[in-house]
Design a protein around this ligand. Structure first.
Ligand SMILES: [Zn+2]
Length: 408
């Protein structure tokens, strides 16, 4: 448990209390009395520093009205900030742009004959001829979101991305982000699209690997895509769906674990807002929130997936996370009874479900619990608190067993 982290958390609490007191002042305008000033409430998700890294919160899979989503790029980034995120990649489909047909119809009165222009489904979305040109700017969504956060001074990193999709059953679907030009990625062939994304320095992840499929094994096309080293990570959680076998694949094939929402509607439709459960997200352990540091962290697999208060990752990072978040103190030593009493305090926003045999303890955010542990029968020495953490998932479809270190 890091002292600096404790200090930071208490400063954050003080600031939020001060702000909460300041907002109840009604202001009187010339014609209206404002009954209440609704401030922009951001959900602050307090997470520990792990091995000297800060944890940043990212969602690398969301859609807007410019593909098949139902919100604008502006609302997406504003919502991401409200939801406590630091990074968001807008990943509209390359092949699916539902708004095109609608806009042609809506703008028909501008045309001399008042009739809409013919809708031409360009690019790989056109099954008959994927070489058909695309008559729109695929980068416009990102540009709008990016210029909006700059203008409104919203402190969130917006990443240029796209979802590359041909056939859910055969090719699977991939998100490429940290792109330089989305339009250039729109190639008729999926491998060419992924190669172009790679050449732009993008990170590519395999989305919802079990979607519309009966097996988690790689299809023939997926084998080719993986073999050409075009995949950097896997969406082990999509929305609220966990693909546990994919944790094993990530470890075996040196790939990064991701958890994303794939939001098409507002996030509040899928996840509660302002409560104790947050939207699905990827925790990224990085030195700072810059493109370079985040990319480095993602390529070095320093991530933990978060979904509905479950944590998904490699045992080593989960263990580091638990020990960084939980302060463990010996509060009594009872030689007569042969046990030590511990106080465990959770200093982060995520609860831990700790199982010891048949007993389950819930260590809620910013609460403490007391627990006794006796001596190890073999060594005769006092043991540290040891639990199976039921809301953590790691390799082998398992909840990891962990020792909580005593803080000095
Ligand atoms: Zn999607």
């Amino acid at each position: 448990m890091k002292r600096s982290f404790l200090l930071l958390a208490s400063v954050a609490l003080c600031i939020s209390t001060a702000m909460a007191q300041a907002v109840h002042q009604p202001t009187i305008g010339k014609t209206a009395i404002r009954l209440y000033n609704q401030p922009a409430h951001r959900t602050e998700i307090i997470l520990p520093q792990v091995k000297g890294y800060n944890i940043y919160k990212g969602d690398f899979h969301v859609h807007t009205i410019y593909s098949d989503g139902e919100v604008t790029p502006r609302e997406r980034v504003r919502e991401a900030w409200y939801d406590g995120l630091d990074i968001i990649a807008i990943t509209d489909h390359l092949e699916l742009r539902s708004y095109e047909k609608f806009m042609l119809k809506a703008h028909a009165p501008y045309n001399p004959d008042g009739k809409p222009y013919e809708y031409i489904r360009g690019g790989a979305g056109n099954k008959k001829d994927p070489t058909t040109p695309i008559y729109c700017d695929l980068d416009a969504t990102y540009d709008e979101a990016r210029s909006y956060v700059e203008k409104e001074e919203i402190p969130i990193m917006v990443v240029r991305g796209t979802e590359i999709w041909r056939n859910a059953r055969t090719t699977g679907e991939y998100n490429a982000f940290f792109l330089k030009d989305i339009t250039d990625v729109a190639k008729p062939d999926i491998i060419e699209s992924l190669k172009e994304a790679k050449s732009q320095g993008a990170i590519i992840i395999h989305n919802h690997p079990g979607w519309r499929r009966k097996t988690m094994d790689k299809s023939e096309d997926q084998v080719k895509i993986y073999e050409q080293k075009l995949v950097d990570g896997i969406e082990v959680v999509n929305g609220l769906n966990l693909y546990p076998q994919m944790i094993d694949r990530c470890v075996e094939e040196d790939l990064t674990i991701f958890a994303n929402t794939d939001c098409h509607r507002t996030s509040a439709q899928y996840f509660p807002r302002g409560g104790e459960i947050f939207r699905t997200m990827t925790f990224i352990m990085a030195k700072e929130c810059t493109e370079k540091a985040i990319k480095e962290a993602l390529l070095k697999r320093r991530t933990i997936g978060y979904s509905h208060n479950h944590l998904i990752g490699e045992q080593m990072w989960l263990e580091e996370f638990l020990n960084a978040a939980v302060e463990c103190k010996v509060v009594a030593v009872n030689e007569k009874k042969g046990h030590r009493a511990f106080q465990l305090t959770n200093h982060c926003s995520v609860p831990f479900i700790l199982r010891r045999g048949k007993t389950i303890y819930t260590l809620n955010p910013f609460q403490s619990l007391r627990v006794n542990f006796g001596k190890n029968k073999e060594t005769g020495k006092y043991s540290n608190p040891t639990f199976q953490v039921d809301n953590m998932w790691t390799v082998g479809d398992k909840h990891p067993k962990m020792v909580i270190e005593i803080d000095k």
